[in-house]
Design a protein around this ligand. Structure first.
Ligand code: UGA
Length: 433
């Protein structure tokens, strides 16, 4: 068992730290946000992530998981230090490494003995070398250390499950001894381990997210064509997905991807390519298709309602996907801002993202307490997040509450025939409605 420090208690840091503790290691998580650390010390998890709160409490009570704002204590109590801080987008789309840089200084200033420093944040190719330099720059005495790149592939909403059962673990390090230690740390996860150099590990992370985003934009383009040639994209996705070389995941057509990762990482990879004079045209198209896809909702509303001015539109689902309250780059934000430009009146409901939504949506949006309140008097309902609660809406009953029985399904959740049979004017993506 190992002593592990995780720096940064966002999605990646908090979940990874907790899961390492659950596998029997002694873990201390460090963050500069005192309020967050105090909440965590009370067993109060500040993010919505199914199963995480229970896991945090269980591992805190068993004494394997602790939280602190004290960098010295965090750095000196461990042999392995994970960096899991944010790498937001800079203005040109590249990853802003200022938090990683600040963490390197904290580590260096408190380093008392050999450490393995592991990059878990999503960082541009070559960052492991920079981390080495940044640490060396601030080292106060001659302490040896290794830098390893170990990207994270968990998804929000299923972060605990993904972290406990990863498809693969990637360890990119120059020193075989350090790689061996990380291999041992990851043994209990029972997943294939790819040992590689740090640059390839860093690239694997970006290439994975870029590929998944490409699958989504690809199926969305196919869905746009399906609409014009009277084909059904769900059937097409099933038909191509059964080919093992293609795979059935990430072929759901709709309003496209959002979240804190795909939009940021696709742009960062475009920038990484640009920096070496490579025009990543394919990925640029993926990004463009994704931003156009959201606005298809407006077209579909116009087809059903004509002018959108003063029409009351009810938005079902605000989070960028179900099982999270994360609103970062959520399609709902763009759709709502666009509808405001058409002077529509907007009502919204999301089972968990309402508090987050209040921070980012226009001031005059009406927040509803539930599905019924949302649908009351609307000219159209637009589903943007496929929460389970929405899948069981009885439209036959609900349509009487609506001003017009118009439903735009941005995630292809409902069956077009059933909707039609219930008298709904139904519109989804890439299917005959
Ligand atoms: C994504 C990756 O899936 C993770 O492997 C990765 O670790 C993470 O980014 C990251 O880099 O941190 P996440 O953003 O949490 O995870 O969510 P996903 O489940 O991948 O969904 C992303 C977006 O794609 C959502 O808006 C979702 O609605 C959309 N999507 C997904 C589709 O539109 N169609 C699909 O078929 C699948």
């Amino acid at each position: 068992m190992f002593n592990v420090t995780v720096i940064g208690t966002g999605y990646v840091g908090l979940v990874s730290g907790t899961v390492f503790a659950d596998k029997g290691n002694s873990v201390i998580c460090l963050d500069i946000d005192e309020e967050k650390i105090n909440r965590l010390l009370r067993g109060d998890v500040p993010i919505y992530e199914p199963g995480l709160q229970e896991l945090v409490i269980r591992n805190m009570s068993s004494g394997r998981l602790d939280f602190t704002t004290d960098a010295k204590r965090a750095v000196q109590s461990s042999d392995i230090i994970f960096i899991a801080v944010g790498t937001p987008s800079a203005e040109d789309g590249s990853a802003d490494l200022r938090y990683v840089q600040a963490v390197c200084r904290d580590i260096a200033q408190n380093m008392d003995r050999h450490k393995i420093i592991v990059n878990k944040s999503t960082v541009p190719v070559g960052t492991a070398d920079k981390v080495k330099l940044w640490i060396e720059e601030h080292l106060e005495k001659d302490v040896p250390f290794d830098v390893v790149s170990c990207p994270e592939f968990l998804r929000e909403g299923s972060a605990v499950r993904d972290s406990l059962n990863p498809d693969r673990i990637v360890i990119g390090g120059a020193n075989p001894e350090a790689v061996k230690v990380l291999n041992k740390l990851h043994e209990p996860f029972d997943a294939p381990i790819i040992e590689t150099d740090p640059r390839s590990a860093e690239m694997i992370k970006y290439a994975s997210n870029a590929f998944l985003a490409t699958k989504i934009s690809f199926i969305n383009e196919i869905s746009n064509i399906c609409e014009k040639v009277d084909a059904d994209v769900t059937m097409v996705a099933q038909g191509i997905g059964l080919d093992k070389r293609i795979g059935s995941h990430f072929l759901k057509a709709g309003v496209g991807y959002g979240g804190s990762c795909f939009p940021k990482d696709t742009n960062a990879l475009i920038q990484i390519a640009e920096d070496v004079d490579h025009d990543f045209e394919l990925l640029k198209s993926v990004v463009k298709i994704n931003s156009q896809q959201r606005l298809k909702v407006i077209e579909k509303l116009q087809q059903q309602l004509g002018r959108l001015e003063d029409k009351v539109i009810g938005i079902l689902g605000l989070a960028f996907k179900p099982n999270t309250d994360d609103m970062r780059e959520a399609p709902s934000v763009d759709v709502i801002h666009n509808l405001k430009e058409y002077n529509s009146k907007i009502k919204v409901y999301d089972p968990v993202a309402m508090a987050m939504a209040r921070r980012v949506l226009p001031a005059d949006v009406v927040y509803c307490d539930g599905i019924e309140e949302l649908l009351q008097g609307v000219d159209a309902a637009v589903l943007l997040t496929e929460w389970e609660d929405f899948k069981t809406i009885n439209w036959g009953l609900m349509k009487d509450k609506m001003h017009r029985p118009v439903v735009i399904d941005g995630r292809n959740v409902f069956d077009p025939e059933e909707m039609r049979a219930m008298g709904i004017q139904y519109s989804s993506f890439g299917r005959q409605n």
